[in-house]
Design a protein around this ligand. Sequence first.
Ligand code: NAD
Length: 264
Amino acid sequence: MTELDRLASDFGNAETAIALTGAGISAPSGIPTFRGDDGVWKRFDEGQFTYGRFRSDPAGFWADRLELHREMFGGEFEPNAAHDALAALARDGHLDAILTQNTDGLHRDAAFVGDDSPADGITDAADATILELHGNARRVRCTDCGNRTEAEPIFDRAADGERPPTCDCGGVYKPDVVLFGEQLPGAVIQRARSLARESDVFLAIGSSLAVEPAASLPRLAASSGATVGIVNLESTPCDGVADVVCREDVTEVLPRLRDLAASG
Ligand code: NAD
């Protein structure tokens, strides 16, 4: 029996199975990661995208954010075999929640959940709960009245020179994502922690596990007795607490895992 066979059988037997995903699951869809050799921080200055900069220099922030947004999300992209495998595991009843650090909305697409994500980032969909820990880049939010709206037309207005773009109420729009230096919504982080504590199987996929809360969720799951798996091309700071580490491409491992769990 391989380690993946064992992990698949744990998924089959789990009362609560959770996946935590990071930028690496969307890299095969053509969306660059932040870190690593091809990561956007090789071409952009991470320090320009903080909440502090948004507050003190919204026009400059929007000029830079527009470039970053077009670089990351400018092309056509769709869910890949790894997103589809997680959606299939959920449909099969083997996966209860997907906690994602990604803001690209691809788990929602794979699960056909639609794009009208709720304000708190928590969607209790029929097959699985989807938690968008860092928000959703397909929306912007007015910092005064809280109105949320589709991001692309607002980015187009910023490209046409309206920087910062503003809401009908006069408030400044902010991408509906958690910026560096900004707090995660309390409800989403509490739910993520309780799911990690409840889980019998916790699989971290395509994340460097370098940023909180992702960095501590696998440890929380391990200390609560879960079987912890990690699928990532590079080593992570959580490898030591994992029962299974697959240093392989997500699009290779996840479909295999789903097939094994389905046939087990
Ligand atoms: P990260 O960039 O820190 O790490 C990504 C990890 O994925 C790396 O360790 C890399 O080795 C691995 N990886 C890349 N391609 C892979 C593949 N095909 N198979 C397996 N592993 C692969 O990203 P992170 O851990 O998600 O954390 C940083 C932040 O990046 C998060 O806050 C997230 O919001 C943001 N982000 C999101 C997106 C997105 O929405 N798609 C893209 C870039 C960054």
